[in-house]
Write a protein that binds this ligand. Structure first.
Ligand code: KIV
Ligand code: ZN
Length: 520
């Protein structure tokens, strides 16, 4: 068996730091379950000191997820380390504490105001403190790629001597160039006498679009762990993308040293879709591996070549990354066939969820001629963001023209009679949302609205994503909630997305109120 590169996924920590990509605990758990199916080696579940929500999410993931190691991030500060230790504790022997401290001259002088000797001292103390809680400790010298190599070697040596099992070399601001970053890793191997006692990891940001190239250059020079995120989401321009790293190592074993990973590549596409759906971060069409166009051949000459022999224009098989064939779905499909097909697509659902999806597939097949995998993905992903439906759409009719008018009927859980109202607005969507606000008595401000087609054809399923600020005036800093809805009718999808956001807001409010209730 070839030597393995460990895949450290930081979608739930660095990825979630990406503006607008925040997820609640339930959503983070859903992503963590999928990452376990993807078989990543380590899940960095969050930064426990950052907020109570982060702490809760890391703890929930450490309690439930089996398989990967679960890491929590901490600055080299006692209270951070203690908090991270308590959050990852339920993972017992799979728990990891990841401590970091900046080492570059610019950070030392302007941010930390610490001398080199103080950095070394704090590193050693923090690694030891983390080790007093768990035996798996990782240390990151932040901004390593802009640190003087001699000092970086000194810090690395001290951290390993103190007991760190992994040393992660971050290119924090995405400044490195592949040949230089590779040379830096080589330098460490040549100048840190105890380096063989630790795994050398890399963590590259994509500010110059070089994150994947830099990570691979590091692998060629001795790195054996790569930190990355699904779809490359992360701070600013993002992190190295997991799918690109894994597929480059797999497809070009000849070029990158023949290393393998433990990743089940057939889970790549379902994971990408799930993360995109839950964070609202749309994947660009031409994104390598997971973009809509990644395996599409438009030009006739390419299509002809691929039909004659796939390898003429394809270097990977779509099936290998979980993009399954276009076997059509239909209303005559039974529970068993649906279950098998969902499994092929990478989903492991409960019997109850499969029953619900089967019903939904049948209903969709009544509305549109052809049901594609993408339609079904939209249905499955809809379940992941499901919250109790306090408000449910019962009837909707919208008229466009000089005075756009909407008639809406909603059902409130627990009430026998539906509530109807009608109103006008600046456009059909505005008329409908204002009417919904009047019925529910909750005012929402639409901060963002986007519509995409989930499938092809004139009867395509459209998916609407909204970001809504409830209760406060637009721009006033109130919490922004995302909502999604899909339907073959785009106006109906908009209403469903808006109600989904409202129901999520009510769910969060109730959850917070319950958490704040005084206990006796
Ligand atoms: O980019 C970075 O330096 C980080 C560290 C915390 C590893 O995210
Ligand atoms: Zn980072």
């Amino acid at each position: 068996m070839s030597e393995q590169i460990l895949i450290f996924d930081t979608t739930l920590r660095d990825g979630e730091q990406c503006p607008g990509a925040s997820m609640n605990t339930r959503e983070k758990l859903e992503v963590a379950r999928q990452l376990a199916r993807l078989r990543v080696d380590i899940i960095e579940a969050g930064f426990p000191i950052a907020s109570d929500g982060d702490f809760e999410a890391v703890k929930a993931i450490a309690s439930e997820i089996r398989g990967p190691r679960i890491a929590g991030l901490a600055r080299c500060i006692d209270k951070d380390i203690d908090r991270a230790a308590s959050a990852v504790k339920p993972a017992s022997d799979r728990a990891r504490i990841h401590v970091f401290l900046a080492t570059s001259a610019i950070h030392r002088e302007f941010k930390l105001k610490m001398a080199q000797s103080e950095i070394i001292k704090r590193t050693v103390e923090s690694v030891k403190r983390a080790l007093s809680y768990c035996k798996d400790v990782e240390f990151s010298p932040e901004d390593a790629s802009r640190t003087e190599p001699e000092f970086l070697a000194e810090v690395t040596h001290a951290a390993i001597e103190a007991g760190a099992k992994t040393i992660n070399i971050p290119d924090t601001v995405g400044y490195a160039a592949p040949h230089q970053f590779g040379a830096l890793i080589k330098y460490l191997f040549e100048h840190v006498p105890n380096i063989k006692k630790a795994v050398i990891s890399v963590h590259c940001h994509n500010d110059l679009g070089l994150a994947v190239a830099n990570s691979l250059a590091a692998v060629q020079n001795g790195a054996r762990q790569v930190e990355c995120t699904i779809n490359g989401i992360g701070e600013r321009a993002g992190n190295a993308s997991l799918e690109e790293i894994v597929m480059a190592l797999k497809t070009r074993k000849d070029a990158f040293g023949g290393y393998g990973t433990n990743v089940d590549t057939r889970q790549i596409y379902p994971t990408s879709r799930l993360v995109s759906h839950l964070t609202g971060m749309v994947v660009q069409r031409n994104k390598a591996i997971v973009g809509d166009n990644a395996f599409a051949h438009e030009a006739g000459i390419h299509q002809h070549g691929v039909i004659a022999k796939r390898e003429t224009y394809e270097i990977m098989r779509a099936e290998d990354v979980g993009r399954s064939s276009e076997l059509t779905w239909g209303k005559h499909m039974g529970h068993h066939a649906v279950s098998r097909k969902l499994e092929e697509m990478g989903y492991k659902l409960s019997e109850e969820e499969i029953r619900r999806i089967t019903e939904q597939v049948k209903a969709l097949a009544d509305k549109k001629k052809q049901v594609y995998d993408e339609d079904v993905r939209a249905l499955v992903e809809g379940q992941f963001t499901e919250v109790p439906q306090v408000w449910k759409l019962d009837y909707l009719s919208v008229m466009t023209g000089t005075i756009p008018t909407a008639s809406v009927r909603l059902i409130r859980t627990g009430k026998r009679e539906p509530i109807s109202d009608a109103g006008t607005g600046d456009g059909p969507i505005d008329a409908m949302l204002k009417t919904i606000d009047r019925i529910t008595g909750v005012k929402g401000n639409l901060v963002d609205y986007s519509v995409g087609s989930v499938t092809r054809g004139k009867d395509a399923v459209g998916e609407v994503s909204v970001r809504v600020q409830f209760g406060k005036e637009k721009g006033s800093g109130g919490k922004i909630v995302t909502g999604r809805g899909s339907s073959t009718d785009i106006i109906e999808a908009s209403a469903l997305a808006y109600l989904n956001a409202l129901n999520r807001q009510l769910f969060e409010q109730r959850r917070r109120a319950e958490a704040e209730k005084p206990t006796l």
